[in-house]
Design a protein around this ligand. Structure first.
Ligand code: NAD
Ligand code: ZN
Length: 340
C-alpha cells in the first residue's frame, strides 16, 4: 500500500525518500517491509534517550541535504517522537536556518516537503496534530502551523500490537488526558466536544470495561481514539496536566506520556471525575505510578519546573479562565509539583 502511495511522489525534488523509523524495528519484520529503493535513505532512530531536539533535526537535515540533496518526501514510522521528527524535518528542508527559529505558532515561512506518517504506538495524536514538538536550548515548544500536518497517514492497528503494557497505558492515557483537558476549559466547543466525547467512549472500552485490554479489536479502537483526541485538542486546548508535564520533561527529562500520568493522578482539584476514572484504569492494568518522587527534587528544580509550566499561558487561560493570573501563581504550581 505504501509503495503505491509513494510511487506518485517519487519523481519530485532529488528523487529519493527519507525514511525515519523507530530503532525498535531495526531487526524486526517491519523493517523488511519498508518499501525503500536503493536510492532512498533509511534512518533508524533511538527515541529512548531523549525527546526530539532542535539540534537533532538540524543535524539530520544538513546531513541529508549535503550528501543526497532534497528528498521527494519524508516517511515517519514510529511513535509520537518519530511523528514529530518527520513533521519537523519536512518543514526544515524548505525553511532556512535552525529549527529553534521556528518554535512557536505560524513562524514557518514556506510549506515543507511531502510527509507521510505511520504510527506504531497510539495516544499522542501526533499523527493528526498541527504541531511538531521539539526541545531546544531554551524551550520545549512545537513548530506549529497548518503545513506541519501530515499530507497522508496510514493507520495499521497491527503495528501497535507489540507495544508493552506500560507504554500502551501511558501513551493511551495521553489521549484520555487530552480529552479531559480539552473538555474542561473555556475553549471547548461543539467541534472539539464531538471528538472528545467519542474518544472518551473508546478509551473506556479499551482501558476500563469488561473487554478492556490489548486485543486486536481494542487496537483498532485505540488508533481512532488517539486521532480523535488529537483533533479535539487541536480545536480546543490542553490544560493543567500538560502544563505541569512540560515542566517535568524540560527540567527532568521525563517522557511526555509518563510525565502526564505522574502529574494527572494529583489533579483531582481540577479534574475530579477524570482523575478518579484514570486511577481505576491504572488499577485495572496493574500499573503503579511512583509516589513521593518530589522528595528527591531540589527547590531550584521545582521552581524551574513551575516557571516552565507558568509560561504556557494558553493552557492556563483555557483551563482556569481569562483571569487565571489572579488564581494561579508560581507558588501554587510549586505546591502541585510537591504533591508528586
Ligand atoms: P515514543 O515515540 O517516544 O515511543 C515510546 C516507546 O515506545 C519507545 O521506546 C519506542 O521504541 C516504543 N515503541 C514504539 N512503537 C512500538 C511498537 N509497535 N512496539 C514496541 N515498542 C514500540 O512514544 P510516544 O509516547 O508516542 O511519543 C512521545 C513523544 O510525542 C514526545 O516527544 C512528545 O513530546 C510527543 N508528542 C507530540 C504531540 C504532537 O501533537 N505533536 C502530542 C503529544 C506528544
Ligand atoms: Zn499530550
Amino acid at each position: 500500500m505504501m509503495d503505491g502511495i509513494l510511487a506518485e511522489k517519487r519523481n519530485e525534488n532529488d528523487r529519493f525518500f527519507l525514511f525515519v523509523v523507530d530503532n525498535y524495528f531495526k531487526d524486526k519484520d517491519l523493517a523488511k517491509r519498508v518499501p525503500a529503493k536503493p536510492e532512498d535513505v533509511i534512518k533508524f532512530i533511538d527515541v529512548d534517550p531523549h525527546e526530539p531536539t532542535t539540534e537533532q533535526i538540524d543535524t539530520l537535515r544538513d546531513e541529508v541535504l549535503s550528501t543526497k540533496g532534497l528528498p521527494a518526501g519524508v516517511i515517519g514510522i514510529g511513535g509520537g517522537s518519530i511523528m514529530d521528527i518527520a513533521k519537523a524535518i519536512s518543514l526544515m528542508f524548505t525553511n532556512e536556518g535552525s529549527s529553534t527559529l521556528y518554535q512557536g505558532l505560524n513562524l514557518i515561512k514556506k510549506p515543507g516537503i511531502y510527509h507521510l506518517g505511520v504510527p506504531t504506538i497510539s495516544g499522542t495524536g501526533a499523527e493528526v496534530s498541527m504541531t511538531a514538538v521539539l526541545t531546544g536550548p531554551v524551550k520545549k515548544l512545537g513548530l506549529k502551523c497548518e503545513w506541519t500536518v501530515f499530507n497522508q497517514v496510514i493507520l495499521d492497528p497491527e503495528l501497535i500490537a507489540s507495544v508493552p503494557v506500560d507504554k500502551w497505558l501511558y501513551t493511551g492515557m495521553d489521549t484520555y488526558i487530552h480529552c479531559i483537558e480539552s473538555e474542561n476549559g473555556i475553549l471547548n466547543n461543539a467541534y472539539s466536544h464531538a471528538y472528545a466525547e467519542q474518544s472518551l467512549k473508546l478509551c473506556r472500552e479499551i482501558f476500563l470495561d469488561e473487554n478492556a485490554g490489548q486485543t486486536a479489536e481494542n487496537d483498532d479502537k485505540l488508533m481512532v481514539a488517539s486521532m480523535m483526541g488529537g483533533l479535539s485538542l487541536t480545536y480546543s486546548e490542553v490544560g493543567v496536566c500538560h502544563a505541569l508535564s512540560y515542566g517535568l520533561s524540560k527540567i527532568l527529562g521525563e517522557k511526555h506520556c509518563y510525565a502526564n500520568c505522574l502529574a494527572f493522578q494529583h489533579l483531582e482539584d481540577y479534574y475530579p471525575e477524570g482523575v478518579a476514572e484514570f486511577k481505576q484504569m491504572l488499577v485495572k492494568h496493574k500499573v503503579k505510578l511512583p509516589q513521593g518522587i518530589s522528595n528527591s527534587w531540589t527547590d531550584e528544580q521545582i521552581t524551574a519546573m513551575a516557571q516552565v509550566a507558568y509560561n504556557l499561558p494558553h493552557m492556563w487561560n483555557h483551563a482556569i479562565g481569562t483571569d487565571w493570573k489572579e488564581k494561579i501563581s508560581i507558588d501554587l504550581i510549586k505546591d502541585l509539583y510537591k504533591r508528586m
